[in-house]
Design a protein around this ligand. Structure first.
Ligand code: SF4
Length: 920
């Protein structure tokens, strides 16, 4: 049920309690859009967070990333002043330079010679202004966004089926359904609070079944009644097969099809032709036919079905087709617009949906208007009072950077994103920016791979300082509120863009004084001529996105805005949970469109030279390119290094060893990664995380490997399927340094930097050993005069350890060995606990040099629970000592898994491991 808005009014967004203020805001990370209650000390800038119990996205829960937001707002990593060519300048100078250079290039080469590249991190108000400037007044549609990499296939699929980019469902449906299909989504790690809602729903409803469709056996499979480890890219075949099966078994909603849809016959015929034989579907998808039959049977037998999908569906050269293959099945069974039914695309970013609302993609106009729909261009031109509105779509992300590479685009402004790491063929992107005439980057951090190539750096507000709206995956607008004053001279993105716009001569159109001015305009535009065309208003067109009830929102209402799902109109002032309950869609005929589909293979097939399929994705505790999440030490402990997951058979074939390093190659680039051998990975497939940049790892950028193949309809890159090869990285030596002082970039082939609690950890490997490790180590670690040095050097075994102390407190430790053998390179978990000690006794120092913990020393092991910093060995010890048999008992004993629950699957694995060890 839709909750009464009055229950959700944030009666005071700011509630002082002495010096501490309590402010409700939203999480900066994923598209779940969790509400946060922040306690803020404005004097010390300390912020502690907990879940907002009133927020309908999370009802008080937060995952490990959200819970550690307060640890990421340290000023030391911030860009605090505008810079030109790395020199500090005034805001006036920076803004004049940006405006002058853009104006010059536009004058000489036309508006399509410039571009903006934005981000789902921008707030709606920022996004609105950026889109208005580029499309409305510069006159080019060359504005695209990193959301292209995350959800553009869903946008295309929605528009093809519904006539609009409409998410029909809501999170509450997950708690009122009987079958959830999680397709191409490691929900447990990527959208942990949605996963927790599903887990809880499953616990409450014994009829609820969960099917996970994913080539990998991920943590999400922990709640799966059925896991279908589908071959990479085969989803259209599986869902075409489902449609064909439903047709053959008379499991269709013929009334719904007849009354509310078009194109069914052709679509069913296409599905029959493509996937009419279940055995052959199973063979193509590399699945067990009985499992496929079970999945189809459950779908047929269940009235309330939800298909929740994410990047495994969307990041594909047939991403839009996959989305429509899913929607076809929901339309065929009338499983849409009802409680507990429908497709739900989980968006990656906090405001990917807000970006869609304002037209942040190069092929959209604002407020869900379109280049190709008659009347929309004229309507928007009149509303913005401009005669220079772009008349054709601009370039989507990958093409946009191609155009920078070949010189068609000569100036680019990148906002709040890091394309040198995240885009496919990332080395080409890097070279393109290095050669581009003029690169502007506005961001809140001082360093990123992209900022390193900027001519002008503009300091933007970060989370905790910005103020404006975001929209989550279920269309819910929430207010992200400022907690702190701006860091240094940083400014809101909307202000920066407006100032440049005014310098370009567009003074009246960008005369905004605060975010609410922009939000009111955005809301008014959404309702402008938004009704069915009539004699009275022949220019009108009914559109799904409409928040016009907020066009005159007062300052107080804006500040206290309760999270609400659009549409928000006079008819639906409290929002609306679902779309299409009336069976009316936004196409010309008001009928939903079936899309006839044929399975297409991924863009690049494996070959003799590149025989393995590379899959990429997110980790539980990191966010995007780690510019913020890596600042929280506890988020760096679960997976501290870039790694590659390899099936045991492939590891044997390619000579890879657990814990050693691998060198991955594709036609586009290379990557180094730590080997993780696991049978959760299919043979012939590899998986690498998407997060590491050159800031944190040498050759750790997965984007360098990924093929620049895109979906021809949506422009979304195929980041889940790149042919690669892998071989051992034959280092001559391995080692690590732990140091209280940062060491910066060392001249070593493999270096990964990990921010730990009170020290930095550097994982190292090199092709050539130092002639003298002692000399090298002391030159590096004895920069300060008052340090003592102790060392152990065994030239026979090539093991070296050295440690520096100040007043008997460990300052730095270096450990070098010829291999990654654990007996030669001591446990980092143990050493972390040594760093926490104020002083070390003589026997403890000797233990360090010996590489063996003293008796009774705590070695917590690798972090499992990031929320409470609980290590693997702590959990195993608890299981062993207290004879624990369930993850709930583990939680009671050592708190692990009791907050966000994302580590529960790993705790269960440890329980199984322990059980096996006992029974053996
Ligand atoms: S699931 Fe986690 S990362 Fe996503 S919005 Fe919620 S707290 Fe933030």
């Amino acid at each position: 049920m839709q909750r009464d808005m009055s229950e959700l009014i944030y009666s005071a967004a700011e509630q002082p309690d002495g010096d501490i203020k309590t402010i409700n805001t939203t999480c900066a990370y994923c598209g779940v859009g969790c509400g946060i209650e922040a306690k803020v000390n404005p004097h010390t800038r300390e912020v502690t967070v907990q879940g907002d119990e009133r927020h309908p996205a999370n009802y008080g829960r937060l995952c490990s990333k959200g819970s550690s937001l307060g640890e990421t707002i340290d000023l030391s990593s911030r860009l605090l002043h505008p810079e030109i060519n790395n020199q500090r300048v005034s805001w006036n100078s920076a803004l004049d330079t940006v405006a002058d250079k853009f104006a010059q290039i536009i004058k000489e080469h036309g508006p399509d010679a410039v571009a903006f590249y934005g981000s789902g991190q921008l707030l709606t108000e920022d996004y609105y202004v950026a889109n208005k400037l580029m499309k409305g007044f510069i006159g080019s549609a060359n504005i695209d966004t990193n959301s292209r990499l995350c959800m553009s296939s869903a946008v295309t699929g929605h528009k093809r089926a519904f006539g609009t980019d409409t998410v029909p469902t809501c999170y509450e449906d997950l708690e009122n359904t009987d079958l959830i299909i999680l397709s191409g989504s490691n929900t447990a790690w990527c959208h942990p609070i949605v996963f927790q809602r599903i887990r809880n729903a499953r616990d409450r409803n014994p009829n609820l079944k969960v099917v996970v469709i994913d080539p990998r056996r991920t943590a999400t499979c922990d709640i799966a009644d059925l896991h279908l480890p589908i071959a990479s890219g085969a989803d259209v075949k599986l869902f075409n097969g489902l449609l064909s099966f439903l047709g053959k078994n008379s499991a269709l909603d013929n009334d719904f099809i007849a009354q509310h849809t078009e194109g069914f016959e052709q679509t069913l015929t296409a599905a029959d032709e493509d996937a009419g034989d279940l055995e052959r579907v199973a063979e193509y998808c590399k699945l067990n036919a009985e499992d496929v039959a079970q999945f189809y049977q459950w779908y047929q037998d269940t009235d309330k079905v939800m298909t929740v999908y994410s990047q495994g569906i969307k990041q594909s050269s047939s991403g839009a087709d996959k989305v429509n293959a899913i929607i076809n099945c929901h339309l065929a069974t009338g499983s849409i617009g009802k409680v507990g039914c429908g497709p739900l695309s989980l968006t990656g970013q906090p405001n990917a949906m807000g970006g869609r609302e304002v037209g942040g993609l190069a092929n959209q106009l604002a407020a869900h208007m379109e280049f190709h729909i008659e009347g929309d261009h004229d309507r928007l031109s009149r509303f913005w009072n401009t005669d220079t509105l772009a008349s054709k779509p601009g370039l989507p992300a990958v093409e946009l950077f191609d155009a920078i590479a070949d010189g068609r685009i000569k100036a680019v402004w990148i906002m709040a994103t890091n394309p040198v790491v995240s885009l496919p063929n990332a080395d080409k992107v890097k070279a393109a920016l290095a050669d581009c005439d003029f690169v502007v980057v506005s961001d809140c951090v001082a360093q990123s791979d992209t900022l390193a190539l900027a001519n002008v750096k503009l300091p933007a507000l970060g989370w905790s300082e910005k103020d404006g709206m975001v929209t989550n995956s279920e269309r819910r607008l929430s207010h992200q509120r400022a907690l702190l004053s701006p860091a240094g001279e940083s400014k809101a993105d909307w202000w920066i863009i407006s100032q440049v716009a005014r310098r370009l001569g567009f003074i009246d159109a960008f005369d905004y004084q605060s975010p609410i001015d922009i939000f009111r305009e955005h809301a008014a535009l959404s309702g402008f001529e938004n009704e069915p065309a009539s004699i009275k208003n022949p220019q009108a067109r009914l559109r799904d996105f409409n928040i016009s009830a907020l066009k005159n929102i007062s300052v107080e209402q804006y500040q206290n805005f309760a999270p609400t799902q659009w549409p928000i109109t006079e008819q639906t002032p409290k929002g609306q949970q679902r779309f299409f309950a009336d069976g009316r869609f936004y196409t010309n005929t008001n009928h939903a469109q079936f899309i006839a589909l044929q399975t297409r293979a991924p863009g690049n097939a494996v070959s003799k030279r590149f025989p393995l399929v590379l899959n990429t994705g997110r980790l539980r505790d990191q966010w995007h390119t780690m510019t913020r999440s890596a600042l929280a030490p506890r988020l760096n402990q679960h997976r501290p290094e870039p790694f590659v997951e390899v099936h045991p058979g492939d590891a044997k074939t390619y000579g890879l060893q657990q814990g050693a390093l691998a060198h991955l190659l594709s036609s586009w680039g290379q990557m180094y990664a730590r080997v993780m051998i696991t049978d959760s990975q299919q043979k012939g497939n590899l998986f690498v995380p998407m997060h590491w940049s050159e800031q944190y790892a040498t050759h750790g950028r997965m984007g360098a490997l990924v093929n620049p193949v895109v979906d021809p309809l949506s422009g979304q890159p195929e980041s889940k399927h790149t042919p690669v090869s892998v071989r051992p990285f034959n280092a001559n030596w391995h080692g690590f340094i732990l140091s209280r002082q940062p060491l910066g970039k060392l001249d070593i082939e493999y270096q990964v930097t990990v921010n730990a609690d009170g020290y930095y950890r550097y994982e190292l490997a090199g092709m050539k050993a130092q002639d003298n490790w002692s000399t090298w180590s002391q030159a590096l670690l004895l920069q300060q005069v008052d340090l003592d040095w102790q060392e152990f050097d065994d030239t026979g075994t090539r093991v070296y350890r050295g440690a520096s102390y100040r007043d008997q407190q460990l300052q730095a430790l270096v450990c070098i060995a010829p291999s990654v053998d654990e007996a030669l390179l001591p446990s980092r978990g143990w050493l972390g606990s040594v760093f926490a000690k104020p002083t070390l006794e003589v026997h403890e120092r000797m233990a360090l040099l010996a590489g063996v913990p003293t008796v009774g020393t705590v070695d917590v092991g690798a972090t499992i629970c990031a929320c409470f910093n609980v290590g693997e060995k702590t959990i195993l010890n608890a299981i062993d000592e207290h004879k624990l048999t369930t993850y709930q008992e583990v939680g009671v004993c050592c708190k692990a898994g009791t907050n966000c629950g994302s580590c529960v699957p790993e705790i269960k694995q440890l329980l199984q491991q322990s059980d096996l060890a006992t029974s053996n």
